[in-house]
Design a protein around this ligand. Structure first.
Ligand SMILES: Cc1cc2nc3c(=O)[nH]c(=O)nc-3n(C[C@H](O)[C@H](O)[C@H](O)COP(=O)(O)OP(=O)(O)OC[C@H]3O[C@@H](n4cnc5c(N)ncnc54)[C@H](O)[C@@H]3O)c2cc1C
Length: 453
């Protein structure tokens, strides 16, 4: 492989890596993407958020997305016995075409994004695994050490290294800066695809469905209608519960993960009805220990994007949008730095990214707190939950669920805190009828008395 000097080398060609590659190539930089796998490759994480729409437009792949993948008009949350549920149709709060998101086959989706990077001028090399990066031996560049699948070694030089290696977190591990969230429990997810399913009404409309598991399980079951007759069905469980079940189930089952998966999805009558007579299309995939962050995300020589910089429990399908948007923001920041020597755009990008992750963390901790907002119970038409009167509080959560993470994050965080406190809910009574974003401005800057006036 030629010994070319690149402006930027990107480790990993997933959604974060390919988005930042396209962004930097569009801004005129020489970019190399090193991807350890041969694409297309499978990956968990198949349901996208509406706010991805504008990124797809910027990347020039919106029409391909519309042509290839199932639409996602909304999300349904329900409790385990199906007696309480809430449905969130993004059209209610987003009044242009961008309300509609997608459910994707990750292998195909990631391939589209990576091909798009090449089409925009990035040099993409698959089946090359980065082993480590030497930041210290030269003042003006770094040296990237890599290997192909046969163990042949390669050395590349670059002014800037971007870690987009996903949960492999190559640089966070090398720089010893990977930390755990103190607010989030460790969890494990087991998932597979099913065919010959029997969709209920909401799944037939192409909504994702989340069934809340409470008590010691502290998790959820997801059903994602990837195609008309192919659903991704997974279960996320508290790690402690999963370890305890492993001890019990491995006594009687050779494949304890399969046994645990089947045991948990069978606890939901709704999931059981959908899968009655269906067949599993793949072996079970296990993903564990998700939720961490890097405490050293960028410098004058490196930056981390997507899961390589941090990952939060995927209950709200936030990961891909966070990866895509961070890729764009950090790409602009790096370009500005390479052209001017100033980190100001990068500083601003990472402030917004930190805010977005804080907001998602707040939402996730709220979901798991049994005394807090009950997502299955919030609905305009169903259930007995007191929030049903408060249309705008509903709109506010609705917009966060759609992915409005990067602007107004502190105001949303404050608003969630307010909504978690039943005594403060009155504050929202007087906001009915206001457009949701406008509401956040008001709710967070005025007293309840001012709002009533
Ligand atoms: C159980 C579960 C369910 C999820 N559900 C959703 C969902 O419904 N919606 C959603 O938006 N998100 C979901 N996510 C999150 C989503 O999958 C991730 O946030 C997303 O894939 C992040 O993209 P990325 O590019 O940062 O990382 P990845 O997609 O993981 O890409 C990283 C790439 O780097 C490559 N790589 C790794 N190490 C090296 C190396 N040393 N050298 C070269 N290449 C390397 C890998 O092969 C890979 O292709 C879920 C996650 C989990 C665990």
């Amino acid at each position: 492989m030629e010994n070319k000097f690149y402006d930027c080398i990107i480790i990993g060609g997933g959604p974060a890596g390919s988005t930042i590659a396209t962004t930097l190539a569009d801004l005129g930089h020489e970019v190399l993407v090193l991807e350890k796998a041969k694409f297309p490759r499978p990956h968990v994480g198949e349901s996208l958020l509406p706010f991805c729409y504008h990124v797809f437009k910027d990347l020039g792949i919106l029409e391909t997305m519309k042509a290839k993948f199932a639409p996602k008009p909304g999300v349904k949350f329900s409790n385990i016995d199906g007696t309480q549920y809430s449905k969130w149709c993004f059209k209610d709060v987003i009044d242009d075409d961008s309300y509609l998101s997608f459910h994707v086959h990750r292998a195909e989706f990631d391939q589209i994004l990576l091909n798009n990077s090449s089409a925009h001028g990035a040099d993409v090399k698959e089946e090359i695994r980065v082993m480590r990066v030497d930041f210290d031996s030269a003042p003006d560049h770094s040296i990237v050490y890599a290997e192909d699948k046969d163990g042949k070694e390669f050395i590349f030089k670059t002014r800037f290294t971007i870690d987009a290696s996903g949960q492999d977190t190559l640089l966070a591990r090398q720089l010893n800066c990977k930390e755990s969230f103190t607010t989030l429990n460790k969890r494990v997810a087991l998932s597979t695809h099913w065919v010959n399913v029997k969709p209920n009404e909401s799944l037939a409309e192409s909504n994702i469905e989340i069934v809340h598991l409470v008590g010691e399980k502290l998790g959820w079951i997801w059903m994602i209608p990837i195609e008309e007759n192919r659903f991704s069905v997974g279960v996320a469980l508290n790690m402690e519960y999963s370890i305890a079940q492993r001890k019990i189930l491995s006594k009687e089952h050779k494949d304890w993960q399969l046994a645990l998966y089947l045991q948990e999805i069978a606890t939901s009558p709704e999931v059981s009805a959908v899968l009655n007579g269906a067949e599993m299309a793949n072996p079970i995939a296990a993903n564990g220990d998700f939720s961490y962050y890097s405490s050293n995300k960028y410098s004058t020589k490196h930056a981390m994007v997507g899961d390589a910089g941090g990952f939060i429990d995927p209950i709200f399908s936030s990961g891909i949008y966070l990866a895509l948007k961070s890729g764009q923001l950090v790409g602009n920041g790096i370009s500005h730095f390479l052209k001017t020597g100033s980190l100001s755009v990068m500083d601003a990008a990472y402030d917004d990214i930190a805010g977005a992750y804080r907001l998602v963390e707040k939402l996730v901790t709220t979901f798991y707190d049994p005394a807090s907002i009950n997502f299955s119970g919030i609905d305009k038409s169903v259930g007995n939950y007191s929030f049903k009167k408060f249309e705008t509080a509903y709109s506010l959560i609705h917009l966060i669920l759609a992915g409005d993470f990067f602007t107004n994050h502190q105001k949303y965080i404050d608003a969630i805190e307010v909504l978690r406190n039943p005594d403060m809910i009155e504050k929202y009574r007087y906001l009915i009828g206001h457009p949701a974003v406008h509401l956040i401005e008001k709710a967070c800057s005025k007293t309840p008395e001012e709002l009533q006036a």
